[in-house]
Write a protein that binds this ligand. Structure first.
Ligand code: GTB
Length: 217
C-alpha cells in the first residue's frame, strides 16, 4: 500500500516548492517509495477530519496503514529509518546525520522563517525596514556559520543524507531574498540538492499541482 501525504491544493508559493510537502515528496523520491497526495484547501486543513491527523491544522501529514504522522521532520525521519538511502549505516555517522536534521529544523530554519513571515505580514508596519534588517542579520549569522562548516565539501557530513535534504529545503526558503548568493558554497550546495533526480521529480510533481499540467519527465 502506498503512503498518502497532504499538500496545499493551491500553494501560496505558486509551485516554487517552498511549502513543506516538498521535503517529504523529495524524501519519498530519494528512497523510491511511491505515494499518493491528498490536496487540501485552507478551510479543509482547519476541519476536524484533518485536525485528527494534524492538531495544528497544517500540511504536510503522512498516513501509512494504521500510522498517521505530522511534522515534516518526524515524517522524514520515519521514511529514512524504514528505507535505505537517507541515513548512513554506521551508528556514529547516522547520529551525526540526525544532528544535521535537528540543526536544519531548530537552528537554521527559525530565523529564516521569521524573516520570511515578516516580509509577508509586517510589510506595512512603520518599523518594518528596521525589523527586517535585524532579522536579516540573524539569518546572516547562521548562513556564515553554516558556510564555514560546509567549506568545500559537497554535503554536510560525508554522503548526502536526510540532514542535507532538510538543510537544502530550509535554505531554499531564502529564494528571491538575495541573501544566499552572498555565500557561494551554500548556493552551490543548494544547487547540488536541486540537481538530484529525486529532487527534480518531487519538484515537478508539486509544480504540476499548481499548473494543472502533468509533469513532463
Ligand atoms: N513544523 C511544521 C512542519 O515542519 O511540518 C510546520 C508545518 C507548516 O508550517 N505548514 C504550513 C501550513 O500548513 C505549510 S508549509 N500552513 C497553513 C496554516 O498554518 O494554516 C509553510 C509554507 C507555506 C507557504 C510558503 N510559501 O508560499 O512560500 C512557504 C512555506
Amino acid at each position: 500500500m502506498k503512503p498518502t501525504i497532504t499538500a496545499f491544493e493551491r500553494s501560496p508559493d505558486r509551485g516554487r516548492g517552498l511549502a513543506r510537502d516538498m521535503r517529504v515528496r523529495w524524501a519519498l523520491e530519494e528512497v523510491g517509495q511511491p505515494y499518493n497526495v491528498r490536496l487540501l484547501s485552507f478551510s479543509e486543513m482547519k476541519e476536524p477530519a484533518h485536525r485528527t491527523l494534524h492538531p495544528f491544522g497544517q500540511i504536510p501529514t503522512y498516513e501509512d496503514a494504521d500510522l498517521a504522522l505530522f511534522e515534516s521532520g518526524a515524517i522524514i525521519l520515519h521514511i529514512a529509518e524504514r528505507h535505505a538511502g537517507l541515513l548512513p549505516e554506521d551508528a556514529n555517522a547516522r547520529a551525526r546525520a540526525l544532528t544535521w536534521m535537528f540543526a536544519a529544523l531548530s537552528t537554521v530554519e527559525p530565523p529564516i522563517v521569521e524573516r520570511s513571515m515578516a516580509t509577508i505580514l509586517e510589510r506595512d508596519k512603520t518599523w518594518y525596514e528596521e525589523r527586517l534588517a535585524l532579522l536579516e542579520d540573524r539569518v546572516h549569522v547562521r548562513l556564515g556559520e553554516l558556510s564555514s562548516r560546509l567549506g568545500r565539501a559537497d554535503w554536510l557530513d560525508g554522503a548526502f543524507s536526510a540532514g542535507d535534504l532538510l538543510m537544502v529545503t530550509v535554505l531554499r526558503r531564502l529564494d528571491g531574498s538575495g541573501m544566499l548568493e552572498k555565500y557561494p558554497n551554500l548556493s552551490a550546495y543548494v544547487a547540488r540538492g536541486e540537481a538530484r533526480p529525486a529532487y527534480k521529480r518531487a519538484f515537478d510533481d508539486q509544480l504540476a499541482v499548481f499548473t494543472g499540467k502533468p509533469p513532463t519527465g
